[in-house]
Write a protein that binds this ligand. Structure first.
Ligand SMILES: Cc1cc2nc3c(=O)[nH]c(=O)nc-3n(C[C@H](O)[C@H](O)[C@H](O)COP(=O)(O)OP(=O)(O)OC[C@H]3O[C@@H](n4cnc5c(N)ncnc54)[C@H](O)[C@@H]3O)c2cc1C
Length: 411
């Protein structure tokens, strides 16, 4: 069964900028008009270049960027205390700091480009129902505070207050992090694409890329179903579809299905929340609808390593998983009992073995770059990684890309 459209696609603005024809030559060719490709085009265009963005869909944000929960959760894929154990303190802090720089950039760019209405403030509450997880979250609160980052462990009464509505007695407490953002995913990404186009980027949508091959003497031949273009540099920002162009990444990138359900609007506002180490999570849309996602651990082997549809944006939609998500909601949020579920949809995430994305140069190939596999967690990097990669593409240092994200680690 095909996925229905997401809330964001159903309520977002149409793409009115329109598509460019495929030129014969270009400077930088960006493959993919999700949040990563569109924002990279913005930073390249702001620096005075005219990047060409290609996407197989008729408009930007029709892949995962328009099907997510819109949450810009600061920090990497692992809680900070665990990230310190995994990567060492300096690298873990570099990853966390990148997402704080991202927060500031999102706010700065939204204000500059007239996208304020697409962004809304929120907080984050990671809830624990087991002693193990509570201990992990308490350690993370301490580790964050030691690094000067606002975070607190809240016991159940304080967590209830921060949540703004009741929580069941099974919750032991939660890690609270203030000053977070969420976006209307489609309005925000299409807004970034519009801003990129205003600054000189070209978007050629409805074009499927089939290969990118080096040209003798320099440059890249990009082959599409609408013809070929020669580019000085190519950036592959195709999320879980990246291995179609770069088959060496097939063993590295695992396509994972994600599903969300949306309720009718409620009268209370809640923070973005996570439970069971993020395997169940939620948030809220600007109009007050609750979003709840996850639970793929309850269907082992069905949602990880899925076959990607050849042309579609999502794997098959699972009504069974949507029902489970809808059923889980009142047991966590008693006040949501009886609130109807009005929509559910699926999307594709791209996971790597170490749960870090791939951002940087393709080793040994001059002018080939990759920015993909954000492990279900791309939005908190969605300005800073494109901005820093643009700097590298234009010959600068791009020091804000953590070393842990270097694609060379797998190649
Ligand atoms: C259900 C769900 C919930 C999520 N919730 C969150 C969240 O709350 N917060 C968060 O940070 N992240 C979340 N994510 C992950 C987030 O959506 C991704 O990390 C992010 O959108 C990745 O952006 P992207 O630009 O790399 O990928 P995409 O948006 O998927 O862009 C890739 C683009 O490549 C295009 N494409 C693919 N193949 C070709 C081809 N051959 N030729 C031309 N074009 C092609 C596609 O059309 C697509 O537009 C969620 C994901 C899902 C599925």
């Amino acid at each position: 069964m095909q996925s229905p459209d997401s809330y964001w696609l159903a309520t977002g603005p149409d793409w009115t900028t329109g598509g460019a024809a495929l030129p014969r030559r270009t400077g930088v060719c960006v493959l993919g008009a999700g949040v990563m490709g569109s924002t990279l085009a913005y930073w390249l265009a702001r620096a005075g270049h005219r990047p060409l963005v290609l996407d197989r869909n008729p408009a930007p944000a029709m892949g995962s960027s328009g099907r997510n929960a819109g949450r810009l959760i600061q920090g990497g894929n692992a809680q900070h205390a665990l990230a310190i154990e995994k990567f060492g303190h300096d690298e873990a802090l570099a990853i966390y700091r990148a997402t704080l720089v991202n927060r500031d950039l999102v706010r700065e760019v939204a204000a500059r480009e007239g996208l304020e209405a697409t962004r809304f403030p929120t907080t984050k509450l990671d809830l624990a129902v087991t002693e193990d997880e509570a201990a992990e979250l308490k350690r993370t609160a301490g580790a964050l505070r030691a690094d000067g980052i606002a975070a607190d462990w809240l016991d159940l009464p304080a967590a209830r207050e921060a949540f703004g509505t009741d929580l069941p007695d099974t919750v032991l407490g939660g890690l609270h992090r203030p000053d977070q953002d969420a976006v209307h995913s489609v309005a925000y990404v299409r807004g970034m694409a519009d801003a990129a186009a205003r600054h000189g980027a070209e978007f050629a949508c409805g074009i499927t890329v089939t290969s990118a091959e080096p040209v003798a003497g320099g440059g890249w031949l990009v082959t599409t179903d609408a013809g070929q273009v020669i580019a000085d540099q190519v950036v592959v920002a195709l999320n879980a579809w990246t291995p179609r162009l770069l088959p060496e990444l097939a063993p590295v990138i695992t396509p994972v299905r994600g599903q969300l359900v949306q309720t009718a609007p409620v009268s209370f506002r809640i923070p973005q929340w996570g439970l069971d180490r993020g395997l169940l999570y939620g948030g809220q849309t600007p109009d007050g609808s609750l979003l709840i996602g996850g639970l793929r651990n309850t269907v082992p082997g069905r949602d990880e390593g899925i076959d990607l549809p050849e042309d579609g944006n999502t794997p098959a939609f699972s009504p069974e998983l949507a029902d489970r998500l809808a059923e889980a909601l009142p047991s966590l949020l008693p006040e949501a009992t009886g609130v109807p579920v009005v929509r559910a949809w699926s999307g594709v995430m791209a996971f790597t073995p170490d749960r870090c994305p791939l951002v940087g140069a393709w080793p040994g190939a001059d002018g080939l770059w990759v920015m993909a596999a954000f492990n279900g967690h791309g939005m908190p990097y969605s300005q800073v990684m494109p901005e820093q990669l643009a700097e590298r593409i234009l010959g600068g240092r791009g020091d804000g890309i953590p070393a842990a994200f270097d694609p060379a680690r797998f190649l």
